[in-house]
Design a protein around this ligand. Structure first.
Ligand SMILES: [Zn+2]
Length: 221
């Protein structure tokens, strides 16, 4: 069996969570995919350290991304928000530069990495998902879902129950901070609450709501 020398796949101890890395291609992806979960995690784990990276945001979207991330991370023990300007929709053609940036994230040593779903139909999302696995070989990675016109929702296998109040806050923060997206027909409170209600039903969440993720592998210890 080939095994990289010295590499041991990490297991996650949710009661001892210290560092979380959130990766999103565009300015509102992290919020939509795992915003409720992040609000819950920073509330449940005082002192949590979060690095939040948006790979593509320019102009007003950059300002929106920073303001939104800061609002979501208000209760974090420590946070770092990084907003890059890789060209949106062209990630597959900027692989070398994006991979180079991924390497700079390694020293953070996160307990959990939130990233895009591997089968997402948006090409930028897929590039980030692939580079996350390529870079964080032994870490716990959870892939979030983003609703879209292309219709790529699947059957996630990892659920985080989130309170209705936390999801309402997620929705409110999205609608408050991303004014540039308000002309999109799907960028509504109704949709931000609907998906977690379905995922909450699927996992019989005690709060009736949940955000869902794809876990490719996880270690039991
Ligand atoms: Zn996106």
């Amino acid at each position: 069996m080939a095994r990289a020398k010295g590499r041991v796949m990490r297991h996650v101890q949710f009661d001892k969570l210290k560092k979380v890395l959130c990766l999103g291609a565009h300015s509102d992806d992290i919020e939509i995919g795992c915003g409720g979960t992040m609000l819950k995690l920073v509330e449940d784990h005082p002192g949590l350290e979060v690095t939040w990276v948006v790979f593509s945001a320019e102009g007003v979207r950059q300002v929106e991304a920073r303001a939104s991330a800061e609002a979501f991370l208000k209760k974090a023990g420590k946070s770092q928000v990084v907003v890059k300007e890789f060209r949106g929709s062209f990630f597959p053609f900027q692989g070398e530069e994006i991979k180079g940036f991924f390497e700079t994230l390694k020293p953070f040593e996160p307990d959990i990495v939130f990233t895009h779903y591997r089968e997402d139909r948006h090409q930028d999302h897929r590039v980030l998902s692939d580079l996350t696995w390529n870079t964080f070989r032994s870490h716990v990675i959870l892939e979030y879902e983003i609703p879209k016109y292309d219709g790529d929702y699947g059957s996630p296998n990892f659920f985080v129950p989130v309170s209705r109040a936390q999801l309402a806050r997620k929705s409110k923060l999205l609608l408050t901070h991303f004014k540039s997206q308000s002309n999109k027909h799907w960028f509504t409170d109704e949709l931000f609450m609907a998906t977690p209600r379905i995922r909450g039903m699927e996992c019989d969440s005690p709060t009736r709501y949940a955000e869902a993720f794809y876990s490719r592998k996880m270690l039991l210890q």
